[in-house]
Design a protein around this ligand. Structure first.
Ligand code: AR6
Length: 175
């Protein structure tokens, strides 16, 4: 039995998910990059970059929303995670803020389902275990307070990351 049926872990490519919103681990320019950001821009098509140019970037810990264009997802929520600098530069609070701001935007746009990648754990080198605990803790806290979104999927690119999320869920939600 899942600890919280509103929280799911999925292994695969986030660009393939037919949810109301997927979250992009972007950089502050919002004009594309590598990792999941590059994959989302490639799959959504050039129109996404045109809309992103109108947004004037995004600060670390904040989020902005665009349409999903060629993606199966209706919206893309672009958030900018912190670059890991050892943990003493407010990284944990900034990462939690990425999750909160993204959830708030999804809720404001009536999204029932949304999917997050493991923000900051790739090119930005946030320790994966700690990042998973922040992700699960922040999302479960938000879901306890709000009925929307109904379901949040943690979309992991590989099985090792999915296992870290399962462990974080067991630790945080099952005690
Ligand atoms: N679907 C799901 N997860 C993915 C995918 C995918 N298609 N591709 C990668 N991941 P990263 P960051 C995972 O580096 O650390 C970009 O250049 C990946 O395995 O994409 O926040 C931006 O423009 C990892 O676990 O994002 C920024 O400059 C996670 O997504 C910078 O990278 C995040 O890895 C942001 O770095």
């Amino acid at each position: 039995m899942d600890a919280n049926p509103r929280i799911q872990v999925h292994t695969g490519d986030i660009t393939k998910l037919a949810v109301d919103a997927i979250v992009n681990a972007a950089n502050s320019s919002l004009l594309g990059g590598g990792g999941v950001d590059g994959a989302i821009h490639r799959a959504a098509g050039r129109e996404l970059e045109f809309e992103c140019r109108m947004l004037n970037g995004c600060k670390v810990g904040e989020a902005k929303i665009t349409k999903g264009y060629k993606l199966p997802a209706r919206y893309i929520i672009h958030t900018v995670g912190p670059f890991w600098q050892g943990g003493g530069k407010g990284e944990a609070e900034l990462l939690a803020s990425c999750y909160r701001r993204s959830l708030e935007l999804a809720r404001a746009h009536d999204c029932l389902t949304m999917a997050f990648p493991a923000i900051s754990t790739g090119i930005y080198r946030y320790p994966k275990h700690e990042a998973a605990e922040i992700a699960v803790g922040t999302v479960s806290h938000f879901l306890a307070l709000h009925a929307m979104p109904e379901t949040v999927i943690f979309c992991c690119f590989d099985q090792a990351m999915a296992e870290l999320y399962q462990q974080a869920i067991a630790y945080i939600l099952e005690g």
